[in-house]
Design a protein around this ligand. Sequence first.
Ligand SMILES: [Zn+2]
Length: 206
Amino acid sequence: MLNKIKKDILLKSLCFIIPSLIILLPASNGCVSHTNRNVVKVDCTKVKINTKIPGTPGITTRTTFCSDYMFDSKALKLAIQIFVEEYSEEFEISEDKVWALLSGLLIEVSAIPRSVHAAYDVSGKLAEGDVPVSGLALSKNHIWVEVKTTQVWSSSLVHELIHIIIWRNNNVHGDPDHEGSEFSGWSKKHTKFIKYMKDTLLAAEI
Ligand SMILES: [Zn+2]
């Protein structure tokens, strides 16, 4: 399965590079066209916003607001599936265990940005005041992720999934200071893994 996904990604990435060269030239005008939209506009008066992600152990997604944007559930499923396969390989734990660590998770999304009173950057430096964030691990069962563009890769989904895995492993915290020394769990390997996953999802146009 992993090999098939990797092959698909390779094929898609080859197709992606060629049009990119053409598209990149007028990009300064801000007119890049996205043919593959993995973000959809939703209106809770018309469709049910709380959605079960198919093929996952009870992972659900919903928007913060009635009229908002969310990830297409098939794209979100594929992104999580690739995450599970890659995380399992990189951190040498079974895929079943990774799925179990994500089971029943609520992925809340919104196009409306959020800020918090304090947050750590990836190196563990604390920022205080009105700190804009692109994702939050609100509890070990609930993350919030800002939908930034038409794709999943540009969001902090992978970052927040790692917080959940750490949180559910130690039961106490999701290591809010990342590579900092105050909380344990997050390593440089996790930070590198996020970069790798972003590149992988980008190449797969997810
Ligand atoms: Zn974080």
